[in-house]
Design a protein. Sequence first.
Lengths: 112, 406
Amino acid sequence: MKKIEAIIKPFKLDDVKEGLTNLGVHGLTVSEVKGFGRQRGHKEVYRGAEYQIDFVPKIKIEVVMPTSLVPDAIKVIQERAHTGEIGDGKIFVLPLEEAVRIRTGESGDDAL
Amino acid sequence: MNSGDTAFVLVSAALVMMMTPGLSLFYGGMVRNKNVLGTIMQGFIIVGVITFEWVLFGYSMSFGTDHAGIIGGLNWIGLKGVGMVPNPNYGPTIPLLAFMIFQCMFAIITPALISGAFAERMKFSAFLVFTVSWAILVYNPLCHWVWGVGGWINRMGALDFAGGTVVHISSGVSALAAAVVIGKRLGYGTTAYRPHNLPMTVTGAALLWFGWFGFNAGSALACSGLAVNAFVVTHIASAVAALSWVFLEWLHRGKPTTLGAASGAVAGLVAITPGSGFVGPMSAVLIGIIGGALCYGGVLLKTRLGYDDSLDVVGIHGLGGIWGAVSTGLFASREINVSGANGLFFGNPSQLGIQFVAVLVTIVYAFSLSYLLLKIIDKLIGLRVSKQDEISGLDLSQHDETAYIF
């Protein structure tokens, strides 16, 4: 079991979700986050005063899957979240010790 | 008594009343979301506080029997003798009570304007003390000087149709005093004070524009040709000032902004206020264009000079008000209002001099008294919220409330 955390551009969420669902991923968690990488931020101007806004809105996807699915999942996210412009985001893969379905008590891959 | 005039003045008074909550939305959208209720509350509570002060003695101080040109007497205290009968000096065709309530709305919005300068950091208790003492010591005397029969600026022949000196210069320079005395917000220069809800600000600006028809046209105190002129020039000046601000910032910063459009419209309304009963439509075009551009320059000035007038009361109401009073001395024409005077461009240069004196007196009086008042209140109870309260925001620290729950 692995956990993938991906930071993507907000308007790419639907594409990525569809790709992962097609792969057989049964669920994922999404949050609206802010951050910066190489893209840095943007400027905003109010009554002539310029502000540098460092933190850009992004979407964070958290998804847990059997280890066998991970290479395909990375490929799908990388393809579907891709625009080729700076600020497309990142994919992180983390080891995961255990998962439990609260309703039934199933654990491991069965809980996913 | 004329029922048409009375109906018009009552509706105008209602329109002007709505400007203060409108101003609260205008300001509320520009602050951060932790301070929006604190900002709105300041405007809203002023309606209560000043109405109370006004009917008890404020109206009498402003418009009661003159004493040496300086202050009105207490003959109308508690509205004693202010009733259904018209007064020849204050709207000869409407009940004096209608004039009183119309003027009450002006007394309300003026201190509310100042609150933009100390937004996001003033203690609610100190704000209340300042508002009431400012009304008594600054607004009421100034109102008497300019509009009261026998008031010394009035006798001098200064023209102020709807409040360039009394409302806008007085609030604008008092705002400067407030910004200086209370000091900058925490994080000045490093924090981005982004407006949290510009649609709210634009809604507020729209309500101000709408209410301003009552403010300026209603100041004719009759449903007359003069009221129509004031209505029309008010609309023209606001419209072109919105354009001039937006195009100027487009040139200067590369993008036209909604906040710029809203601010420009308000700047135009401020600029036309004193002249609205004395100038014609084409003069209003010039007053608006220059007003919008001048106020855009005014808001840029604060970063240069280093005071934190949070919501630009100085740049818009102070500067716009000064331009309005001066431009009245340039563009006033007796063809528009026979009981007015001609300005410089209509062959009477001396009017410009009179306008300058009125402007200067207002600046010096309002600034120095506000400065003094704020210093005293700061010594007695403290103007500013604690650092911790400023960080958590006025909504929570002053009112135990949160504006947005998700």
